[in-house]
Write a protein that binds this ligand. Structure first.
Ligand code: ARG
Ligand code: ZN
Length: 860
C-alpha cells in the first residue's frame, strides 16, 4: 500500500484525554486504555478508526457499558458510535519479550521500555496513531516492586504507592497535549544521576539520567551537555523548558540513536555513556550532539509537532540544524561545519543519486520508518541553513519566533514553517520551496572570464538538478553561494559576495581586477550542491594554504585530491601528470603540516583524504576497487614523501597529555592520522608505533586509533592487541561493539573472512541493533571488503537482511541501500549486486520495510 501526501484528511475523531493503565510484566502486560473521544468538526465524519498492529481487543466498552458495534478492519479496530462525544475503553494484553522489532513496548535486559515513533503506539493499544491527534495523558504503571523498582512515564509524577502483594504503582500526568508517538514508559532497576537547571523565567527543573548500576560513572558528559543545551536554547532561540522534571533513560537495545518523548527521552546507551577509558572523542561529540538534539525537540517537534509523517523534516531538519549550531558553539565552529558536510557528502549525496532518492518532504511512502534518512535529517537541515544565509541571524530568529508563536500546540506542516520564516524574516521563499519538492543534488557549473582592459570578471553559472525516481524533469533552484575573489598579488579579497542563483543560467560581473582572481565559492558550504568550478591546481594550492574561510580551505584541499584521484581512476593520468599531481598534493599537505598558525583540530580536517563513497560519486559507472587502489596508493606515497613530518607529528602529539580541551583533542586526532599515513608507507614501522600507542594509551581515542591501524596490517601485533582489547573490555557492550567494527571496517585483505568468523562469535547476536550495526554496517562501508570481486560481500549482506528481517525489519531495511547502489557500479559487480536484491525479493515473507527498499532498488 502506497500512502500519498496529497491524500491527507483531518481525523474524524479527536482524543483530548487518554488514561492508560499498565499492569507490567515481561511476558504479559495488560493495557487498559480509556479514550475521551470527540467528533472533529473539521473531519469527514464516519466511525472511530483505532489503529492496531498485531493487537487483539479483549473488551471494548463505551461510556462504561460493554459495546458490540465494532469490527476489525485488517489490524485496525473500527467502532461505530452515535453522537459526538464518548468514553471508549479497550483492554489488550501484549508480550514485551516477544517484541524483537523493538517498536512499541519491549524488554531490554530485564527492563521494559517503549519506542513509539513513528507507529509503535499501535503495537501497545488501539488508538488513532497519527501525529495530528493530540491528547493529555494520564498513565498508571503497576509492577512487581523488586523487578521494576523504577516506574517512569511522561510529564510529572502525581502519586505512587505500594500494595501487599509485592507490587507498587505510580501515576504520571503530562499536561501538554501530545501525539501518541511521544508517549513513553520505562520500568526497571535503574540508577539516577541528578542535577538541576533553573530556566530563564525561574522554573526549577529536576534533571535525571537513568542507567543500569555500574554505568552511573559514565553520565557526567551527557548531563553537562543537557544543561548546556537548556541554556543555549534559551539564549539562541528563546526557548524555555516547560515541565518540572526532565528524565533521560539509557537502554542497550534501541533501533535508533534516541527519542524525544515528552519529559522522558529514551536513548541508545551509545549516546549517553562516556568516560575517557571507554569513549573516543568522536563518541563524546556524539553524546553531546544527540543529547542536544533530543532536548531541542521539546520545542521543534513536541510543542510544535508534525501534521503527518510527510512533514518529518519539519521537526528533524530543523532540529538537526539546531543541534549542529549548538555543537558549533560548544567547540570549533569550522571543524563542526566540515564534519557536517562530510556526513552529508558520504551519506546523503549517494542517497540523492540512487534509487531511494526522495525530496526532504516525500510525496509517498510504503513504510515511514524507511524515511528516517540522511535526506530528511541532514539535507533538511541544510535547506533551513540556507534560509539563515538568506535572512541573516537576526531576521532568521524573528522567523523562528513567529513560527513557535503561531504554531505552539499545533501539528504543523513544512509549508507552515516556510511561511512563518517568510513572514517573520521578511523573505520571499516562493521559488525556494522547490527544495522541499525536488530530490537530487543540484550541480552548478561555473565559468570565469576576465577582461584585462576593463578589469572586469564575469562568473557564468549553469545549474542542473539531475533526474530522480518519479521526477524526470526539474526546475531551477534558489542556490545561495557565498563567494570571494582573491587577488593573486596581495593574496587577499575585497569582501565576500552572496550570489543567489535562481535561473538555469546566469552571469554576475565584478570590477576592479587587473588580473584574473582566484575563485573561492560556496564558502562555508552555503548551499548543499556539487560545484564544478574553474580552479587550477595552483588556485587550489593557494586556497588550501590561504583562504580565510576555514571550510573553503578544507574544500580546496579536498578538490585538489578529488581531481587527481578521479583522473587516476578514469585512467587519464600519464606518469608525468601523476607525478605532478602528487607533488602538488604533497606540497600542499606539507605546508599544512608545517603551518604553525593552524590549530590541530583543523589541521586534522585538512590532512584527511576524501572518502571512497564521495570519490565514487564523481564517477559513473565506478569501479570501487580502482577507487580504493588509487586512494591507497596516494596515501602510501604521501606517507613516504612526508615520512619525517608524520613521524615528527606523531612524536609531538604523543607528548601531549590527556585532556578534553581542543589542543589535546587535536593532538589525539592527528596522532592516529599520522599512523594511518605511516602504515600505508611502511607497515612494519607503523605497527611498532601503533603497538606503542596502544600500550601507552590512557584513553579510548588513542587506543582505538592504534587498534584500527593494527587491524589493517598483517602483523602478529594485530591479533595480540585484539585479544587484549577483548579481554580488557569484555563486560562493556559499547566497547565490544568497537571491537567488532574495527575488524569489519579494516583495511586487512581478509576482512571479509574476519566478518564471517565474527558472525559466529559468542558475543555476536542479531537481536541487538548496536551489535548488528557494529559488524555489518562497518563491513558494508568497507569498500574493499564489501565490493569483493566475486560478489561474496554482497551475498553476505543479503544473507544478513534475510536472517534479520523476521527479527527486526526496521534495522534489516537499513542494509538494502548499499546493494541498491548497483546502477552506478561497473557492470560485473552491478549484476552481482542486482542478483542479491532479486534473491531477497524472491523470499516468501518480507517486512514492509525491506520489501519497499528492495523493490525500489530494483526498479528505481
Ligand atoms: N525522532 C527520533 C530522533 O531523531 C528518531 C526516531 C527514529 N524512529 C524510526 N522509526 N526510525 O531524534
Ligand atoms: Zn530527531
Amino acid at each position: 500500500v502506497v500512502i500519498q501526501r496529497a491524500d491527507y484528511r483531518p481525523p474524524a475523531w479527536l482524543v483530548p484525554d487518554i488514561a492508560l493503565d499498565f499492569l507490567l510484566d515481561l511476558a504479559a502486560t495488560q493495557v487498559t486504555a480509556t479514550l475521551d473521544v470527540e467528533r472533529n468538526a473539521a473531519g469527514d465524519g464516519g466511525p472511530l478508526r483505532l489503529n492496531g498492529d498485531g493487537l487483539v481487543a479483549q473488551s471494548v466498552s463505551v461510556d462504561g457499558e460493554p459495546h458490540s458495534a465494532w469490527a476489525m478492519d485488517g489490524d485496525d479496530l473500527v467502532v461505530e458510535l452515535p453522537g459526538d462525544a464518548h468514553q471508549v475503553t479497550i483492554e489488550t494484553t501484549i508480550d514485551p519479550t516477544a517484541n524483537t522489532q523493538l517498536s512499541g513496548l519491549y524488554a531490554s535486559g530485564g527492563l521494559l521500555c517503549t519506542q513509539c515513533e513513528a507507529e509503535g503506539f499501535r503495537r501497545i493499544t488501539f488508538f488513532p496513531d497519527r501525529p495530528d491527534v493530540l491528547s493529555r495523558y494520564t498513565v498508571t504503571l503497576t509492577a512487581d516492586k523488586a523487578a521494576f523498582p523504577v516506574l517512569l512515564s511522561n510529564g510529572n509524577p502525581m502519586d505512587s504507592g505500594e500494595e501487599d502483594d509485592g507490587t507498587h504503582w505510580a501515576i504520571w500526568h503530562d499536561p501538554w497535549p501530545k501525539p501518541s508517538y511521544l508517549f513513553a514508559l520505562v520500568a526497571g532497576d535503574l540508577i539516577a544521576t541528578r542535577d538541576r537547571f533553573t530556566t530563564m523565567s525561574g522554573r526549577d527543573v529536576d534533571l535525571a539520567i537513568w542507567v543500569r548500576a555500574g554505568d552511573e560513572t559514565r553520565t557526567a558528559h551527557a548531563m553537562r551537555a543537557l544543561i548546556a543545551s537548556m541554556d543555549w536554547d534559551e539564549k539562541v532561540y528563546g526557548r524555555e523548558y516547560d515541565l518540572d522534571l526532565f528524565n533521560i533513560v539509557a537502554v542497550s537495545d534501541f533501533n535508533a540513536g534516541a527519542m524525544e518523548n515528552k519529559g522522558l527521552n529514551i536513548f541508545n546507551t551509545r549516546y549517553i555513556l562516556a568516560d575517557p577509558e571507554t569513549a573516543t572523542d568522536a563518541d563524546y561529540d556524539g553524546v553531546e550532539g544527540v543529547v542536544a538534539h533530543e532536548y531541542f525537540h521539546n520545542w521543534s517537534g513536541n510543542r510544535v509537532t508534525c501534521r503527518d509523517w510527510f512533514q518529518l523534516s519539519l521537526k528533524e531538519g530543523f532540529t538537526v540544524l539546531r543541534d549542529q549550531q549548538f555543537s558549533a558553539d560548544q567547540g570549533s565552529a569550522p571543524v563542526k561545519r566540515i564534519e557536517d558536510v562530510r556526513v552529508l557528502r558520504s551519506a546523503q549525496f549517494p542517497e540523492d543519486s540512487g534509487p531511494l532518492a526522495h525530496p526532504i518532504r516525500p510525496d509517498s511512502y510504503q513504510e515511514i520508518s524507511n524515511f528516517y534518512t540522511a535526506t530528511v535529517y541532514n539535507k533538511g537541515a541544510e535547506v533551513i541553513r540556507m534560509m539563515t544565509v538568506l535572512a541573516g541571524p537576526e531576521r532568521f530568529r524573528a522567523g523562528t519566533d513567529l513560527y513557535f508563536e503561531r504554531h505552539d500546540g499545533e501539528a504543523a506542516t513544512c509549508e507552515d514553517f516556510v511561511t512563518a520564516i517568510e513572514d517573520g524574516a521578511g523573505l520571499d521563499l516562493k521559488q525556494f520551496r522547490r527544495w522541499y519538492e525536488q530530490a537530487g543534488t543540484p550541480q552548478v557549473d561555473v565559468g570565469m572570464t576576465h577582461d584585462a582592459a576593463s578589469g572586469t570578471v564575469t562568473l557564468a553559472f549553469k545549474q542542473t538538478v539531475p533526474p530522480t525516481p518519479g521526477q524526470p524533469v526539474k526546475q531551477p533552484m534558489v542556490i545561495p553561494l557565498r563567494t570571494a575573489l582573491f587577488d593573486r598579488a596581495t593574496g587577499r579579497h575585497g569582501g565576500e559576495h552572496l550570489i543567489v542563483l535562481a535561473d538555469a543560467a546566469q552571469t554576475f560581473t565584478f570590477d576592479g581586477f587587473a588580473e584574473a582572481p582566484v575563485l573561492s565559492i560556496n564558502r562555508g558550504f552555503s548551499a548543499p550542491v556539487a560545484i564544478n568550478a574553474p580552479q587550477s591546481v595552483e588556485d587550489l594550492v593557494f586556497l588550501a594554504g590561504h583562504d580565510d574561510d576555514a571550510f573553503a580551505r578544507y574544500e580546496a584541499m579536498q578538490q585538489l585530491v578529488v581531481q587527481h584521484l578521479v583522473a587516476a581512476v578514469e585512467g587519464r593520468l600519464d606518469d608525468a601528470s601523476r607525478e605532478a599531481g602528487r607533488a602538488a598534493i604533497g606540497g600542499a599537505l606539507g605546508a599544512i603540516l608545517a603551518d604553525t598558525a593552524l590549530d590541530d583540530l583543523m589541521r586534522g580536517e585538512l590532512v584527511m583524504l576524501p572518502g571512497e563513497a564521495y570519490l565514487a560519486e564523481q564517477i559513473n559507472p565506478v569501479d570501487p576497487a580502482r577507487v580504493h587502489a588509487e586512494r591507497e596508493a596516494l596515501k602510501a606515497w604521501l606517507g613516504r614523501e612526508l615520512g619525517d613530518a608524520w613521524r615528527g607529528l606523531h612524536d609531538r602529539c604523543t607528548a601531549v597529555p590527556y585532556g578534553l580541551d581542543a589542543a589535546a583533542r587535536g593532538a589525539r586526532k592527528l596522532k592516529t592520522q599520522a599512523l594511518v599515513y605511516l602504515a600505508a608507507a611502511d607497515p612494519v614501522e607503523a605497527a611498532q608505533r601503533a603497538k606503542a600507542q596502544y600500550d601507552a594509551a590512557d584513553n579510548m581515542t588513542d587506543r582505538q586509533g592504534a587498534l584500527m591501524v593494527l587491524c589493517g596490517l598483517d602483523v602478529p601485533a594485530r591479533d595480540d592487541a585484539l585479544a587484549h582489547f577483548h579481554a580488557r573490555f569484555a563486560d562493556n557492550r559499547l566497547v565490544i561493539d568497537k571491537w567488532f567494527s574495527l575488524q569489519a571496517g579494516s583495511l586487512h585483505p581478509r576482512a571479509l573472512d574476519h566478518v564471517r568468523a565474527l558472525a559466529q562469535h559468542a558475543d555476536f547476536t542479531l537481536t541487538n541493533p548496536n551489535r548488528v550495526r557494529a559488524l555489518y554496517m562497518a563491513f558494508a562501508a568497507n569498500p574493499q571488503a564489501f565490493h569483493a570481486a566475486d560478489g561474496a560481500g554482497y551475498a553476505l549482506i543479503a544473507d544478513l537482511i534475510l536472517a534479520l528481517d523476521p527479527i527486526n525489519g526496521n534495522v534489516a531495511a537499513r542494509f538494502v541501500a548499499p546493494l541498491g547502489r548497483w546502477r552506478r557500479i561497473e557492470p560485473v559487480r552491478a549484476a552481482l549486486m542486482r542478483a542479491q536484491l532479486e534473491r531477497i525479493a524472491a523470499a516468501p515473507r518480507l517486512s514492509r520495510d525491506v520489501r519497499e527498499q528492495v523493490s525500489k532498488s530494483l526498479d528505481g
